[in-house]
Design a protein around this ligand. Structure first.
Ligand code: AMP
Length: 532
C-alpha cells in the first residue's frame, strides 16, 4: 500500500543564492522597471526602480556597516513602509540578520524579541496606530544591554547619507542567516526562527514566482504584512526574482487594496482568507475593474471550498492555496493553475519542488502513515530553518536527528501527493491569519489578582476564521469584570490577542489526568451560538 511520503523533486531547484545576489541580478536585468511602489493611493506615492532600489540598498548596507558588524542582528519595528524593504535588502547586502517585529506588539512582547535575538540595533517608527513605539523602546533600554543603536525611520534619509562611499561590501554566503522571524511554534513562548538566504530566496522562486508565473513588469498589489514571511519573503522576493513591481499597502485595507488592484492593474488578488472575505464583502467590489487579475492566492489558515468558489467566480480565474509555516521559509505545498477544481477546493496542493514531505504517526513521530491516513506533517529540505536562535533544546524538538521539521499540523496525503490539512497537534488559534497561542494569554491573565484560573480557546468565526474566547475562574471576593480583564490583556499584549468572548465559570471540565478539556469548552460556545 502507498505510504504518505513525497520525495523531493530536485530538477527545478535553482542555484544557491543570497537576497543580495538576487537584487543585484534584477538591477542588472531590468534597471528601469519599477521594483517597489508605495501603495497609499496618493498622487505623491513614492516608487523605486530596480536600479534605485539597489543603489539605496547599497547605501543602506554601508550605513549599517558603520554601526554594526556582519553577523549581528538588527530589528525592524514598523508597518509596511517602503524603507522596510530597503532595510531588508541593505541588511542582506551587509551580512546582517534582520529581526522582524510586528508593529502591534506591546513593550513586554518587544522586550522578549529584542532580548532573545540579542539585537544590536532597532529601526522603528516613533508611533503606529496609537502604539507609542519610541516611548516603549525608551522604557526598555535599561533592560537591553546588547542594544546599542536605535534609528527612527523619520531620520532615514540622514541614515542613508551616512552610507555614501565606495567601500566594498562583505561576501555573504547562501547558508548565512538572513532573517529571524519570531513565531510561537508548538509552545506558547515566541522563538526566533533563523532563516538562511538560500532558503528564503529559493522558496519564493519555487512557489510564487513560478506558480503565479510572474513576468517582467507584472504588478502585484499586496497587503500582506512585511513582518511575516508572507510579505517580506514570498511577495517581495518572488517579485524581485520575476522582475515584477510590488505595490506595498501600508497595512491591509480592503477598499484601498481593491482601488489599487484596478489603478495599478494588479495580476494578483490575494490575501489570507480573512482579507479575501473583507474584499469580497466590500461595497466597492462590484464597481472595481478586476480585468487585470489573472490569478487568486490565499493560505496561512484554512481556505474553505466555499471561499475558493466565491473568489474564482469573482475574478474569473483560479484561486491558489499555499500551505506555509515560518520555520519552512515558509512555503511547503501549493496548488497550481493546472490542478483540478476538486484539488483546488479541497487540498493545499502538492509539495513544492526540492521539498520532501511525509505524514507520520503523531505518537511515535517517524513512520509514514498509509496514504490517506491523518498524522503529523513533517518536511525536510533546503527550506528548513537553521534552528531557533539560541534555543538548541527547542530546535531539537522541532527538527529531528534526520533533519525533518515537525510542523505540528495534522494532515493527510493522497496517493498522488495532494495534502489536506486536518487540524493542529497544538491548540494554536489562527485569527485572520495571525497565530495566537493560548498559553501566552493565559499566562498574562494568571497574573491578574482576581483570576484564579483561566483557559483560552479558539472558536470558529465566519469573518476571522477563529476568535479568542476566555473561560475564567475568579478568585474568591474578586471584583474584576469582563471589561477590566480585557483592558488588562490589552495593556500587556497586542490587541488582536484580546479575547472577544468571556465566560466566568466555577470549574473547568477536566480529563482523567487533570488537564482542562479545551475541546469541551469550545463545544460549549459553539452550541450556545447555534441555540441563538
Ligand atoms: P506561520 O508560521 O505564521 O506561517 O503559521 C503557520 C501555520 O498556519 C501552519 O503551521 C498551519 O497550521 C497554518 N496554515 C498555513 N497555511 C495554511 C493553509 N493553506 N491551510 C491551513 N492551514 C494553514
Amino acid at each position: 500500500m502507498a505510504v504518505s511520503y513525497h520525495a523531493a523533486d530536485r530538477s527545478e531547484l535553482g542555484r544557491e543564492q543570497t537576497v543580495g545576489s538576487l537584487l543585484r541580478w534584477a538591477a542588472e536585468q531590468a534597471p528601469d522597471i519599477r521594483a517597489l511602489v508605495e501603495g497609499t493611493g496618493e498622487d505623491d506615492a513614492r516608487a523605486w526602480t530596480y536600479a534605485e532600489l539597489l543603489a539605496d540598498a547599497e547605501r543602506g548596507a554601508r550605513a549599517l556597516l558603520g554601526r554594526f558588524a556582519p553577523g549581528e542582528r538588527v530589528a525592524v519595528w514598523a508597518n509596511n513602509i517602503p524603507e522596510w524593504i530597503v532595510l531588508e535588502m541593505a541588511a542582506a547586502l551587509a551580512g546582517i540578520t534582520l529581526v522582524t517585529v510586528n508593529p502591534a506588539l506591546r513593550p513586554g512582547e518587544v522586550r522578549h524579541v529584542l532580548e532573545q535575538s540579542r539585537a544590536a540595533g532597532v529601526f522603528l517608527l516613533p508611533e503606529y496606530r496609537g502604539n507609542p513605539m519610541a516611548e516603549s523602546l525608551a522604557s526598555l533600554r535599561a533592560d537591553l544591554p546588547e542594544l546599542r543603536e536605535t534609528v527612527l525611520f523619520t531620520d532615514w534619509q540622514a541614515f542613508l547619507r551616512s552610507g555614501s562611499g565606495t567601500q566594498p561590501l562583505p561576501v555573504v554566503a547562501p547558508g548565512d542567516p538572513a532573517q529571524i522571524q519570531f513565531t510561537s511554534g508548538t509552545t506558547g513562548r515566541p522563538k526566533g526562527a533563523v532563516l538562511h538566504h538560500n532558503g528564503i530566496v529559493n522558496n519564493a522562486q519555487l512557489s510564487y514566482r513560478r506558480l503565479l508565473d510572474v513576468q517582467p513588469g507584472d504588478v502585484c498589489v499586496s497587503g500582506m504584512p512585511l513582518f511575516h514571511t508572507a510579505g517580506c519573503v514570498l511577495v517581495t522576493l518572488s517579485m524581485i526574482g520575476g522582475l515584477g513591481t510590488q505595490v506595498l499597502l501600508p497595512r491591509f485595507d480592503p477598499g484601498l487594496q481593491l482601488r489599487l488592484i484596478e489603478a495599478e492593474r494588479s495580476f494578483l488578488f490575494g490575501g489570507v482568507p480573512t482579507m479575501l472575505h473583507a474584499m469580497l464583502d466590500h461595497p466597492s467590489l462590484a464597481a472595481t475593474d478586476l480585468s487585470s487579475v489573472r490569478v487568486g492566492l490565499s493560505g496561512g489558515a484554512t481556505v474553505s471550498p466555499q471561499l475558493v468558489d466565491r473568489v474564482e467566480a469573482t475574478i474569473g480565474a483560479p484561486l491558489l492555496n499555499i500551505y506555509a509555516q515560518t520555520e519552512a521559509s515558509p512555503g511547503i505545498t501549493m496548488t497550481t493553475t493546472d490542478d483540478s477544481a476538486e484539488n483546488r477546493r479541497n487540498t493545499v496542493g502538492r509539495p513544492l519542488p526540492g521539498i520532501e514531505v511525509k505524514i507520520v504517526d503523531p505518537k511515535e513521530g517517524r513512520t509514514p502513515t498509509p496514504a490517506g491516513v491523518v498524522g503529523e506533517l513533517c518536511t525536510r529540505g533546503y527550506h528548513v530553518m537553521t534552528g531557533y536562535f539560541d534555543e538548541p533544546d527547542q530546535t531539537a524538538k522541532a527538527i529531528d536527528a534526520d533533519g525533518w521539521l515537525h510542523t505540528g499540523d495534522l494532515a493527510a496525503m493522497d496517493d498522488k501527493g495532494y495534502l489536506r490539512i486536518e487540524g493542529r497537534l497544538t491548540e494554536m488559534i489562527i485569527r485572520g491569519g495571525e497565530n495566537i497561542y493560548p498559553g501566552e494569554i493565559e499566562h498574562v491573565l494568571q497574573g491578574h489578582p482576581d483570576v484564579a484560573d483561566v483557559a483560552i480557546v479558539g472558536v470558529p468565526d465566519p469573518a476571522w476564521g477563529e476568535q479568542v474566547a476566555a473561560f475564567v475562574i475568579l478568585a474568591p471576593s474578586a471584583t474584576a469584570d469582563e471589561q477590566e480583564l480585557a483592558d488588562f490583556v490589552r495593556r500587556n499584549l497586542a490587541p488582536y490577542k484580546t479575547p472577544r468572548t468571556w465566560r466566568f465559570v466555577g470549574e473547568f471540565p477536566l480529563t482523567g489526568s487533570g488537564k482542562v478539556q479545551k475541546f469541551a469548552l469550545r463545544d460549549q460556545l459553539v452550541s450556545e451560538r447555534s441555540l441563538t
